[in-house]
Design a protein around this ligand. Sequence first.
Ligand code: SAH
Length: 395
Amino acid sequence: MTSLILKPGKEKSLWRHHPWIFAGAVERVDGRVRVGDTVTVMSAEGQALGRAAFSPESSIRARMWSFDPAETVDDAFFKRKVAQAVARREALPELRGQDGLRLVHGEADGLPGVVADRYGDTVVLQLGSAGADKWRRAIANALAQVTGCARIFERSDMDVRALEGLPPATGPLLGEAPEEPLTIVENGVQYLVDVVQGHKTGFYLDQRENRRYLGELSEGRDVLNCFCYTGGFSLQALKGGAKSVLSLDSSAEALALAKKNAALNGWADDGRAEWREADVFSALRTLREEGRSFDLVVLDPPKFAPTAGHAEKAARAYKDIALNGLKLLRPGGLLFTYSCSGGIPMDLFRKITAGAAWDAGVEVRLLRQLSAGPDHPVSLNFPEGEYLKGLVGQV
Ligand code: SAH
């Protein structure tokens, strides 16, 4: 059996069930071990602490599969883990019957590096670590058995794979690749989801509840949705009775699907929706020059700070769009601002937004702090897993 032996004192985070072992904590590895192999983790004193996946290329040198050193990591292990993750979601009434649902959310579900999103009868799988990559077959089989879904499609084309020394991997693992975008219903709105070419697994499921909340506040308002992707927030605003919705994104493909989504729901020609291909940073300034103003502004940009190391530059970007978004708001208007950067914690995000409000010369009252939905849980032992944060403010 192969063992990974920690340096003295480095077992403490494992006692608290933190699942990552950094390269600097590793004394040595005994035995022949290849990328993604399962190793037994030992303290410097020789106490077995659990089982982990070995990732020689990554600074996260190993990720814990189990804190029970006697646990066998095999096909049955993944079946158990996937079944538990799915059962936890079935126990939550708000998630029951959702077409689009995250079934497995990495570390929080005890499966580091594994993300699985279900869209109807298709599961899209993302494998982001050497260990997860090695068990691709077992994980796909487990998902098929537990969900009964006819199609498992892999979208392991995230940048983080390079840090693990893994090439991108995409394509069908079970069934055929879908030829057309899939259709899901979320909060009473139909969305087309392109699981083959779309971002991430095809759709930003983490914003489901926040989109619903926005819909509830949209009635009679002129809405500006920045970074609209395929129209997630825009369509909820239209459903909620918005007076007008202007949506901005730099991706022509995303906007094309957004317009199809509007048509699918019968809003192609009702005159309320306007779509612009634009860079939000400059478009916010242009809109001011045009004398436009809004009752509700949504800012849901891509990840500006993947890690804390990017926080400073990212903070400037978040501040810039918040400042210019606030300047477009009428008195009494609402700002929805989000960050999906793991490197920007909520308290910093609040400070950035407060700085933007100060510079914009407006007083903002915080109505709500938002996060990802309950199908994207955060383990209290792994606070790094908390990435999406949102603020709803009223000026
Ligand atoms: N709110 C969306 C998800 C947004 S994802 C939803 O609910 O589905 C972020 C989007 O920002 C992507 O569609 C990407 O194309 C777009 N984007 C990235 N940089 C941009 C920029 N500088 N200007 C405009 N759009 C940008």
